[in-house]
Design a protein around this ligand. Sequence first.
Ligand code: ATP
Length: 324
Amino acid sequence: IKKIGVMTSGGDSPGMNAAIRSVVRTCAFYKIECAGIYRGYQGMIEGDFIELNARSVKGIINKGGTFLKSARSKEFMTKEGRQKAYDQLKKANIDAFVVIGGDGSFTGALIFNQEFGFPVMGIPGTIDNDIEGTSHTLGYDTTLNTVVDVIDKIRDTASSHNRLFFVEVMGRDVGHIALNVGVGAGAEEILIPEEDLGLERLLESLRRSKQSGKSSSIVIVAEGDKTGKNVFELKDYVNEHLPEYEVRVSVLGHMQRGGSPSCFDRVLASRMGVSAVESLIDGKSNLMVGLISDKIAVTPLEKAIKGQSKINKELIRVSDIMSV
Ligand code: ATP
């Protein structure tokens, strides 16, 4: 392998820049050329590349987002689009690539490899932590810290006014963020996509909380929570059944994706980048680099895509006990 391409694809996450930096510097270490591919697969199709050396990635380890930009590409979903991408890579003498992204990006990489025999490696970059084969995806830890910090602030106003807050956090399909920030910020209840804790139970818990003399309550709601009600509907529901509560809603939105990556994510990105490049040098392909029991380990992309990352049910129990 003489030249490796690196790109970010799908939704951005904090730590992507740190991972690009790691790929670029590992290439430099092994005296391999490295090219940045702008805007994910779309930039690949258009040949939007930039030569990167160790110094090109200075000062980015602490930056959120991705300087290579991310994009979604419909064209890459077609055989013609992928052929164009292959031709562009060949023209630029790129003979392997590392894609930092989520399961959609990995699916694209796998199909590309099957069609052209092109070596590919994946680094899981998504705040949702919804990929099998790694205990932590890149950006997840930063998001937990960002969200806990915001909930602490919401708590200040909630307790000053004896209010109940429904806080919506990201998580359409998985409750990792909700569960962890719920425990970390001392939420009363946590509503997640995986389990329906029941609205009756929510009311019961809020009644109990009032009786026990709590001055504020926070309920964390994942976007795709299984009750099927969004935060505004939940507010109406509680207003109707528990008029003694003054209820407010806060939807955190995109701020959860932003910000400077945590130390954990910077270290993880650095480790993953080294492993991705070394795997390609060793002639490996179609693997995702992950963290398993605090060790860097690879998982076949196919398994990472198909797998379901499971929530830690212990956290539900811990949360229940904490809101006694
Ligand atoms: P996130 O989880 O943050 O959304 P993701 O990597 O899953 O990240 P997607 O939008 O699903 O994001 O995928 C990113 C890109 O990967 C798509 O825009 C497309 O170019 C490519 N891709 C996804 N699925 C396929 C597929 N089946 N075939 C070819 N390319 C694909």
